[in-house]
Design a protein around this ligand. Structure first.
Ligand SMILES: [Zn+2]
Length: 438
């Protein structure tokens, strides 16, 4: 199959009149020049596939449901726990299928699913202890995007000055009894076509210090993700009990390295930034979530300057629009610094397409041999008309995504997902969750 685009974002930057040839899900030709007669012409600017570095699919059910009473991060979390309590493998399959289809419509070709909703009510394992993981794998397959299942080690309900608390009745659905039980489930997971396996340490709150090195060992060679310093309260608790920052706690456990992604990285010390810069770890920013939860603005530019690669995630899915996340990354830094242009468009594209951080190092570039992912953004919509194609990453949104290829397969065409009406899928999955709660 051959595609011809007026513009495409190649490894050297924006290039005009680009021919892409796809054979067996890989690019076999990427050249600038005239359009051959047998190429399908696509509109706008072609980008490599966007990598959604951080997702909790079930949080999508909370969109537009947590604003009435305001409250804090912790009141939001209670609402999230209420949704978690109502899902089972069948209803989670329906919800996640819609969420991943929404991601495809926004140009996401691979998602890192930070999965911690493992067990049945009161923590009773399903007959297949990985039944919820299997639902996510099936959902991504049906929605047409790759999934990196970041199986999360969650053992404690929280951390206070005197130590870790046991999980409460809702948290027991997230928790394994001990790290050996998590390893047992983790080692039963298998990668497959479009499915990669990784591990996650939930946080220094939910994963006690002695449990972290075994998780790191089990994940060797695979992506390892961890929530890091999203809230000042996490830092305070970690300092009070472990007498070091969460970053130092992870470093001491050997959890920081080139396969690691730290998520949020909002409240860091200068020493934390230096440590992260020496380890090769990626920092995944989730600006729409950090805004929604009033987390604060993390030191994105300082991390970048320290050598930390950046990625982006939609996390709790207050919006699913990776272009919005890229724009918010830049705009948050402007507000925090009083300076414009903290990240160049090319740096934002790099963050949008950092597929390696979720285990797809052969994706994220329009070049021969790479996985044939493609996101085509129209430059003739009411939002993008008049935009310089080199800056469309700062003006377009998910609604301007026209075509999405994942491993050479057309998943979105003309702005429509192959599953049809994704809004109906989401309504059918989410409305019953809230009806049952009345
Ligand atoms: Zn998260």
């Amino acid at each position: 199959m051959k595609y011809f685009l007026p513009y495409a974002w190649l490894p050297d930057g924006l290039t005009s009149d680009v021919l892409l040839e796809v054979v067996d899900g890989r690019y076999t030709e990427v050249t600038a020049g005239a359009a051959p007669d047998d190429a399908e012409r696509l509109p706008g600017v072609g980008f490599p596939g966007f990598a959604n570095g951080h997702s909790h699919a079930f949080h999508r059910a909370l969109r537009g449901r947590t604003h009435a009473e305001g409250g804090s991060f912790w009141t939001w979390r209670n609402r999230m726990y209420a949704v978690a309590a109502r899902l089972d493998p069948d209803s989670y399959l329906d919800l996640a299928r819609g969420v991943y289809a929404e991601m495809a419509l926004a140009g996401v070709t691979a998602v890192g699913e930070f999965h911690y909703l493992h067990h049945g009510p009161e923590g009773v394992p399903y007959d297949d202890p990985n039944a919820m993981s299997a639902a996510l794998v099936q959902a991504a397959s049906e929605a047409g995007i790759r999934l990196t299942l970041l199986e999360t080690c969650y053992l404690a309900g929280g951390l206070g000055p005197s130590g870790h608390r046991p999980p409460d009745s809702i948290q027991r659905r997230f928790a394994d009894p001990d790290v050996a039980a998590w390893i047992h489930r983790f080692e039963a997971l298998r990668p497959g076509p479009g499915v990669a396996i990784g591990a996650a340490v939930h946080s220094v709150r939910a994963t006690p210090g002695p449990a972290i090195p075994p998780v790191v060992a089990a994940a060797r060679g695979l992506p390892l993700h961890v929530h890091l310093s999203e809230q000042p309260a996490e830092n305070d608790a970690c300092l009070a009990f472990y007498h070091r920052t969460p970053t130092a706690q992870l470093a001491a456990a050997g959890a920081l390295g080139p396969m690691t992604t730290v998520v949020h990285a909002t409240h860091l010390t200068a020493a934390d930034i230096d440590v992260l810069g020496t380890t090769g770890a990626t920092a995944c920013f989730c600006p729409s979530t950090e805004q929604d939860l009033a987390d604060g603005i993390g030191p994105a530019r300082r991390l970048h300057d320290a050598g930390v690669p950046l990625s982006l995630g939609s996390d709790q899915h207050a919006v699913i629009d990776l272009l919005h996340e890229a724009q918010a990354l830049e705009l948050d830094q402007r507000l925090a610094s009083g300076r414009r242009g903290r990240f160049a468009p090319s740096e934002l594209v790099a963050a949008l397409t950092r597929q390696a951080s979720i285990g797809w190092p052969d994706a994220g570039r329009l070049e021969v041999g790479a996985r044939a992912d493609l996101v085509v953004i129209r430059t003739d919509t009411v939002r993008t008309a008049g935009t310089d194609p080199a800056q469309v990453v700062l003006s377009a949104g998910a609604a301007d995504v026209d075509t999405v290829l994942v491993d050479g397969v057309v998943v979105v065409s003309g702005g429509a997902h192959r599953l049809g009406d994704v809004a109906s899928l989401l309504r059918a999955a989410i409305d019953p969750i809230w009806e049952r709660s009345r």
